[in-house]
Design a protein around this ligand. Structure first.
Ligand code: ZN
Length: 201
């Protein structure tokens, strides 16, 4: 019979923490203990931050980003190029591109990629909204920043077909050698793609 070392409130805290990505039961227990020890410095501000996020966070009605204002900070930023929309599968991808300061454009979060095996079809993704945004005369390019996986590329092809009638250039991310990468360590698929998509020096 398993025994609990702490009361039900603390056990509940641990079991909720254990559901966070990257945290297993052991690290959840450590995190809970850390929070309890740092009750004033960490736990209280964290609880307030979670409560505030719970009350204020919304999904942007234009692009699908997550923010405390709607339309989101990205969509309302007048310094961004309104001519370019970067389509991403997930908010995490949008945030990654923003962290990299990769491009000063607008975004469109699809909410996933097409995956027949998982039963995810076009109607489950925000594809119609992207196509309608692409028909705005101010938009000249749609960048499909999707994963270099079968599902990601299937989705890219599907969207490219739908954007045929829109007056936009459709581009996708380059595949190839990562920055700082050594050729000897790359898989054959990546190397072959890098050779196919070579650029002029
Ligand atoms: Zn937005």
């Amino acid at each position: 019979m398993s025994t609990a070392a702490a009361g039900p409130e603390i056990e509940r805290l641990i079991s909720l923490l254990a559901r966070l990505p990257g945290l297993g039961p052991r690290s959840a227990r450590r995190a809970a203990l850390f929070l309890i020890k740092k009750r004033d410095q960490i736990m209280a501000p964290l609880a307030t931050a979670i409560q505030t996020a719970l009350e204020k966070i919304e999904v942007c009605r234009v692009c699908g980003n997550i923010d405390t204002q709607n339309p989101c900070t990205v969509c309302t930023d007048v310094r961004r190029d309104p001519a370019v929309i970067v389509a991403v599968a997930d908010v995490a991808d949008l945030w990654a591109l923003e962290r990299a300061r990769a491009i000063n454009a607008r975004y469109h979060v699809l909410g996933g990629t097409l995956s027949p095996l998982d039963g995810i079809g076009p109607q489950d993704l925000s594809i119609d909204a992207l196509v309608s945004r692409a028909h705005d005369p101010a938009v000249t390019e749609v960048i499909l920043a999707l994963n270099a996986t079968v599902d990601g590329q299937t989705t890219a092809h599907y969207i490219t077909d739908l954007l045929h009638d829109a007056n936009v250039k459709v581009t996708r991310l380059a595949h190839g050698v990562p920055v700082g990468g050594e050729l000897d360590y790359l898989d054959e698929g990546t190397l072959a793609a890098a050779i196919r998509q070579r650029t002029t020096f």
